[in-house]
Design a protein around this ligand. Structure first.
Ligand code: COA
Ligand code: MG
Length: 292
């Protein structure tokens, strides 16, 4: 999945719009975009939408972002939405693998109550939203079979750190947030799950979004979250492997196939070894998943 579009879970209009947005995944939000007094209504609206949207054949994957474990709202959120059988749960303010295990157990209980197969729902965790979470980014390995992705957040983290800003004047993330981004990337790679880049909140800034997508892809992220439908096309474009990248990957795979048992090959004056072969396979798998 390349693009993950956040939609406030209390807005039927935006929820409907999300279905035609072109996003690979929708993140129906019960957390930060919903005011405390609207939580109950948002759960009901989100469940009604899930009942309509999940049976649709050609649709994005659909996740619900619940409220974090410290809020006291997690159980009510899961009680409300698991019966709508979303593809998964986005788990915010995760503090390491232990918190994911906790969330997993809560989901398992609801799957049993609603007669769903155990493990039906995936988890995507937001790994860097608290100060403590930063120190736990390496603990997601083998936490849960449900865990399919890690992403990171700069907004909540900057509040917790007491920061005045999280970006410099040119819009680049400042050091603490670059660290969070790197920890997410390494944590995801260690846990062998997808690394998903955080949101770009100034949604009219197309050039800034494109730059962030390109930097994320360069570093190993394979998707990015969006907050506005206008961001989806750019994210999809940048995270779709180019024809040139596919050709390069095919050449690497062919070179190893032509030299069985070899650990390293030269193509066009450049050395490729086993990690490059693995990367080429991953890229082709992603390209294939996108083209269907
Ligand atoms: N998902 C689906 N549709 C959306 C959308 C979203 N995230 N954001 C905007 N739209 C719709 C609007 O309803 C509007 O529809 P219309 O043309 O039928 O009236 C259209 O897209 C254009 O929206 P626009 O006027 O440019 O933006 P806005 O001022 O209505 O909304 C935000 C701006 C930021 C409030 C809105 O984009 C939003 O709610 N984003 C998601 C916020 C969120 O979930 N945050 C939590 C994660 S950080
Ligand atoms: Mg948040």
């Amino acid at each position: 999945m390349r693009s993950f579009l956040f939609i406030p879970g209390d807005s039927p209009k935006k929820l409907d719009k999300g279905m035609g947005s072109g996003a690979d995944a929708l993140l129906l939000d019960l957390e930060d975009s919903i005011s405390p007094q609207n939580k109950a209504q948002a759960r009901a609206t989100t469940l009604a939408f899930l009942k309509e949207a999940m049976p649709v054949k050609a649709r994005p994957r659909i996740y619900v972002r619940i409220n974090g474990l410290a809020t006291g709202l997690t159980d009510d959120d899961l009680d409300a939405v698991v019966s709508g059988r979303p593809d998964g749960i986005m788990f915010p303010k995760a503090e390491g693998g232990a918190a994911v295990i906790h969330c997993d157990a809560k989901i398992t209980a609801r799957e049993a109550v609603h007669g769903l197969p155990e493990g039906a729902l995936d988890i995507i965790a937001i790994a860097t939203e608290t100060a403590q979470a930063m120190f736990l980014a390496g603990t997601y390995v083998d936490a849960s079979k449900r865990l399919k992705g890690l992403t990171w957040g700069a907004e909540d983290l900057s509040v917790e750190l007491g920061a005045e800003a999280n970006r410099d004047r040119d819009g680049h993330f400042l050091a603490p947030y670059q660290l969070a981004r790197s920890l997410c990337l390494a944590g995801a790679a260690a846990a062998q799950v997808q690394a998903i880049d955080t949101v770009t909140i100034d949604f009219r800034n197309e050039a800034g979004l494109r730059r962030e997508c390109e930097e994320a892809r360069r570093d190993g992220f394979t998707g990015k979250m969006a907050i506005h439908p206008a961001q989806v096309a750019i994210i999809n474009e940048v995270f779709t492997p180019t024809a040139e990248a596919v050709k390069r990957a095919e050449a690497v795979i062919a070179a190893f196939a032509d030299n069985p048992g070899t650990g390293t090959v030269g193509i066009g004056g450049v050395m490729y070894d086993r990690p490059h072969l693995e990367r080429a396979r991953q890229l082709l798998a992603r390209a294939k998943a996108i083209s269907g």
